[in-house]
Design a binder for this molecule. Structure first.
Ligand SMILES: Nc1ncnc2c1ncn2[C@@H]1O[C@H](COP(=O)(O)OP(=O)(O)O)[C@@H](O)[C@H]1O
Ligand SMILES: [Mg+2]
Length: 258
């Protein structure tokens, strides 16, 4: 369980986050959505232990996060592969860093590459692969850690729409199979509705949790025609409205007669 407890973060005069309170249950898929600059990445970095809150704290299983943890993996918008290492050696990187058994994990790495359609590319270098394939390699590198928690910061946003759909479907499959807890930052309503159990909508800066929307649509979910089009449309419309209202100036305080 992840507990975000009264987290605020300021950078000099800029207040990026204000008093964020959120809980993410084990196995839950939480999407964080909000306009650009509202503090999504900053919030994810607090959970990852890559930055310290100015106030409040983050707990994972009751333990305060003060540094990156081995059981928490982070994926960024750019796949951040090492260009001189083969696809397989990139996937094996955590195994080397954590000094895990190489032979055993090599088989796992090959299996992960196979399940993500990359088996023939194991010996290739990252630059020989498309952006979507590189992001798949990054996903395999995360999965080989068997993380309890995956923190993903707009991992598919640099990809074209169809590749993004494919990778979202893949992530959904992985989440269903592994039950990993996932916090997924996105500005795509479509991705949030496809993937999440709950969507936390952040307000414009300073980021606060504006609302949490439950997405109670059975899995597996799919894009395009499916049996739950009405629920998908309703959830999307609600998120759309919440994000749009973010752009409006604050409503004037109601006039009261005293
Ligand atoms: N290291 C930093 N130093 C100064 N300001 C920062 C830093 N990181 C983020 N910010 C500011 O905090 C706000 C939130 O940024 P960010 O979390 O990247 O937003 P998002 O990911 O939602 O687009 C922005 O105004 C950004 O300029
Ligand atoms: Mg960001």
């Amino acid at each position: 369980m992840i507990t975000i407890d009264g987290v605020s973060r300021t950078f000099g005069p800029v207040q990026a986050l204000h008093d964020i309170n959120l809980e993410v249950a084990d196995g839950e898929f939480l999407a964080l959505i909000g306009r650009s600059g509202c503090g999504k990445s900053t919030l994810l970095r607090q959970v990852a232990g890559l930055d310290k809150p100015t106030a409040g704290r983050v707990l994972i299983d009751g333990e305060q996060v003060r540094a990156p943890r081995r059981d928490v993996a982070v994926n960024f918008q750019r796949p951040a592969l090492l260009p001189w290492r083969s696809v397989l050696d990139n996937v094996m990187l955590p195994v080397e860093i954590f000094k895990w058994d190489k032979r055993e994990n090599r088989d796992r790495a090959l299996h992960l590459l196979e399940t993500t359609g990359l088996a023939q590319f194991a010996k290739r270098l990252p630059h020989e692969l498309s952006g979507g394939m590189q992001q798949r390699v990054a996903l395999c590198r995360t999965l080989i850690q068997n993380p309890r928690v995956m923190l993903m910061d707009e991992p598919f946003s640099a990809l074209d729409a169809l590749t993004r759909e494919e990778l979202s479907m893949e992530l959904q499959r992985i989440h269903i199979e592994t039950g990993t807890t996932i916090v997924f930052v996105t500005h795509s309503i479509q991705e949030a509705v496809l993937l999440a159990d709950r969507v936390a909508v952040l307000s414009a800066r300073p980021g606060r949790v504006r609302q949490i929307v439950d997405i109670a649509i059975p899995r597996p979910r799919s894009f395009g025609h499916n049996a739950h089009l009405e629920e998908v449309a309703a959830a999307s419309a609600e998120l759309h409205q919440l994000l749009l209202e973010n752009h409006l100036p604050p409503a004037p305080a109601p006039q009261r007669n005293r």
